[in-house]
Write a protein that binds this ligand. Sequence first.
Ligand SMILES: NC(=O)c1ccc[n+]([C@@H]2O[C@H](COP(=O)([O-])OP(=O)(O)OC[C@H]3O[C@@H](n4cnc5c(N)ncnc54)[C@H](O)[C@@H]3O)[C@@H](O)[C@H]2O)c1
Ligand SMILES: [Zn+2]
Length: 446
Amino acid sequence: MKQERYKLLKIKTFENTSPTAFDSSSNVSSVENALGWPHGTLAVLEQAFLQKLDRHTLWDLSNVSNTAPFEKAASVFLRGVRILGKDETARKVSPTPLVTSKAMSEIFDQEYFVVSDARVLDAWPFLKQHTDLALEVSELTKNLETVSRVLKGVKTRHPWLIIGGGITCDLTAFAASQVGVSFSLVPTTLLSMVDACIGGKTGVNVMPYGKNLVGSFAFPDQVYLLTDWLKTLPERDLRSGCGECFKHALLLGDLNLLETLAVNFAKKDFAKLGKHLPALIRLKEDIVARDPFEKGERVILNLGHTLAHALEAVSMTQQDQARDTIAHGEAVSIGLLFSLLASVAIGLWERKGFDRVHSYFQSAGCLLSKAQLQVFMNSPLGSDELFSKLLHHMSFDKKKQGHEDHAHFVLLKAPGQVHLHQGKFLTPLSPPLLRKVWGDLLNIMT
Ligand SMILES: NC(=O)c1ccc[n+]([C@@H]2O[C@H](COP(=O)([O-])OP(=O)(O)OC[C@H]3O[C@@H](n4cnc5c(N)ncnc54)[C@H](O)[C@@H]3O)[C@@H](O)[C@H]2O)c1
Ligand SMILES: [Zn+2]
């Protein structure tokens, strides 16, 4: 039998609280109406974040009179948590049906409601005649309010075609899942081709709590994977895609592939990079096929993400007119090195193995410098203040399983071999150890 934590939490106290995190300028009930959510759902979600509930905690609604907002909130909180006494709802899984050779003109022959990333429209003007809704996306607007705006803009019941990077796809596919519409994806960034469009995870950020905290598992009808889009992708976004490509190569345990990817990134040889995409995608597809709803093994795809999500959360709360936010892939590259250094720090991995991997990250040119990272964090990197903010987000991260003050990490004992801690894929690490590893990381950054 699968081990699950049956910690029971009475959450009836949620009922009379009012939301504060959900953009105070927006009208909460208008967001709930657009999403078709019962009134009070956002208040329940807010309380769940404030109580730092995790995805293994069952919600006990036995003393709740109006269960509808709780049930809806439970269905999207951390992509779905279970309610005590209720069987798990059956969820549809389908392998990612990848189409790699179709021309866009053929794709548009089908009747779709087309949502496109506005920057992709600018770069590829032919899309304008096919697009029904254009979205200007950023991590700061990857939120429920934008989901509600998308839903208000939909005029048909046709399936949706979603064209854009990971933000557009995560957000719009989540919107589609909430109104029960099927959708297909056209990833236009390297990161979304190799990772975000595979595996059925959709969702949005909930600040100040963190990244991708509300969402669903919803699998696309088709993913049209056409590498031509990469021709117009800005260099920063190409480099950002490097992080997830390296993550997949590390999980595959193939350091030669890592080296080849690094060479191709350095030369900006995207034709050759494209040839390696199928192997990188297959790694994720195989893991997702074995564990679609992240009950176990799938969590290893979060390698590097405990720190990455914390860097992103701090960057988003520090953002101002003059400051952009760190890109997801930029944070992932740093997070990967942090996890590997943590593996070295607890004696799982030899330093020379780490040095080899680090050299590939350096030669690929996908690592931010300390000066760049400091701008995103808006604090001295070695300061206690920044570390305590990062720690706050890391220990709040969705992957936690016990040990309240510890943060949980996927660690490698060798390329391709995830360390198991008491039979689990996540290893708790203490704040003093994490402080040391953060110092080690800063020492190797240029
Ligand atoms: N669902 C998942 O399993 C999963 C996995 C990994 C990452 N993600 C999410 O993906 C997001 C990051 O995705 P991303 O890196 O694609 O970022 P993104 O969607 O912000 O795209 C990067 C930038 O490139 C622009 N753009 C996209 N395609 C373009 C093109 N062909 N030409 C010119 N400009 C183009 C976009 O407008 C944007 O400015 C994060 O929010 C992350 O959480 C999700
Ligand atoms: Zn990621």
